[in-house]
Design a protein around this ligand. Sequence first.
Ligand code: AMP
Length: 227
Amino acid sequence: MASADGRVDEQRLDLVLLGPAGAGKGTQARLLAARYGIPHVASGDLLRNHRQQGTPLGKKAEDYMQRGALVPDGLVVDMIVRRLREPDARRGVLLDGFPRTLPQAEALDVELAREGRSLKRAVYLKVPTEELIARTSGRLTCRNCQATYHMSSNPPRVQGVCDVCGGELYQRPDDQPDVVGERIRVYLDETLPVVAYYRERGILREIDGTRTIDEVAEAMAGVVQAP
Ligand code: AMP
């Protein structure tokens, strides 16, 4: 929201995290959101919650998600806009997994502008395709809080149990190698244009996502804090 004299509130921090499945967006988004006290809004997490609860949106999204295809823009934009209008998102938000298409990116701009806001940064986590497949095929996700682990490189303290909330860990069906291949293909087709869109606007920063979790987190904080 703009202040009385029309200036955009400098305290706000609106960020987008971009990268294909397995790039480490969820892990980094949790760390960054905690660091800056803004909510982590992950479109995939929200959609999985809708599916678990059997809502009309969850039912509509199911088939697309199982195939590794994108859920139609209208459904996802509506879900995110509702989330952005909740009180805890007024000071800013860290978006993870959204926008994934140019129409979604444009809809986000319109929604933020409505409140006198604009994105400060879009951070693109880059990881080679072979590593993405290795990471996702060993990934474990918490059914309850959606924290992620890796069977060998980042295992939970107790097998099958989430360190954060004690929830049950499972392998997402769409993390199977054949579906991940499709998700990466869709990413290259639909989401790389979004990367180019933010690059043209001068707000894109690219980060090497192959480094350790801590190193990537430091690099992310660096680009977020830079004026
Ligand atoms: P993710 O957890 O981000 O990997 O998302 C899991 C699945 O949810 C994707 O493969 C899509 O089917 C769907 N999804 C998540 N975010 C979006 C989005 N912004 N637009 C369309 N579909 C999405």
